[in-house]
Design a protein around this ligand. Structure first.
Ligand code: GRF
Length: 201
């Protein structure tokens, strides 16, 4: 499976994917790590692993379509079959989504459809829920809306801070994201509308 990973920040999910490939538990070829910020630590992680990187600064483009067109060009040149969003903090345009239709996945730090948006963990903790979690889903034109592939439930106590909960949620993200990628790499994932099935091996 040829993948490209899009990240804006720390890239700990990218690291979990790199580690899974190096361990042999994920049969994927990371063709490109693309960031929209030059200070994204994800770039350092990619370089250390010998993975090609691209930095496309969204501020340099006059609108979202132009920014997305620049990304599409790089991603197609890299030969990516699957676009993996890992902490990529820009909304994608319909142009981008349609170009890679059905071939974009994202990880979100909450149990969707609850707590969509950029502050999933803090919103869940503030709401007072007793279970946090994370969701891997296909990306469609509506933010955090696409069909759900996998979720993990993450228990926490109301006394714990959002930071602690965030760390715990991340540790579950690092397990389920490479796992989902391996399911896709081995052709086990099928979809019927909103329902996603994972075939047994
Ligand atoms: C993760 O919490 C992910 O769920 C969200 O952004 C964060 C990215 O973290 N989409 P990292 O850059 O992978 O460490």
């Amino acid at each position: 499976l040829k993948i490209a990973v899009l990240a804006s920040g720390s890239g700990s999910n990218l690291q979990s994917i790199i580690d899974a490939v190096e361990r042999g538990s994920l049969e994927a070829d990371i063709r490109l790590v693309l960031c929209n910020r030059s200070d994204a630590f994800a770039l350092e992680r990619a370089k250390k692993a010998g993975i090609p990187t691209a930095t496309i600064l969204h501020a340099g483009y006059e609108n979202r379509e132009a920014f997305d067109a620049a990304m599409i060009e790089q991603l197609q040149a890299a030969g990516a079959d699957l676009i993996v969003l890992a902490g990529f903090m820009r909304l994608l345009t319909p142009l981008f989504i349609q170009t890679f239709s059905g071939r974009i996945i994202n990880i979100h730090p909450a149990l969707l459809p609850s707590f969509k948006g950029a502050h999933g963990i803090a919103d869940a903790v503030d709401y007072g829920v007793k279970l946090a979690g994370c969701t891997v889903h296909f990306v469609d034109e509506i933010m955090d809306n696409g069909a759900i592939i996998a979720q993990a439930v993450v228990p926490f106590s109301s006394e714990e801070s959002a930071e602690i909960v965030q760390k715990r949620v991340l540790s579950f993200e690092h397990r389920i994201y490479p796992q989902v990628l391996q399911w896709i790499a081995t052709g086990r994932v099928t979809q019927d509308g909103r329902k996603v099935f994972v075939q047994d091996t």
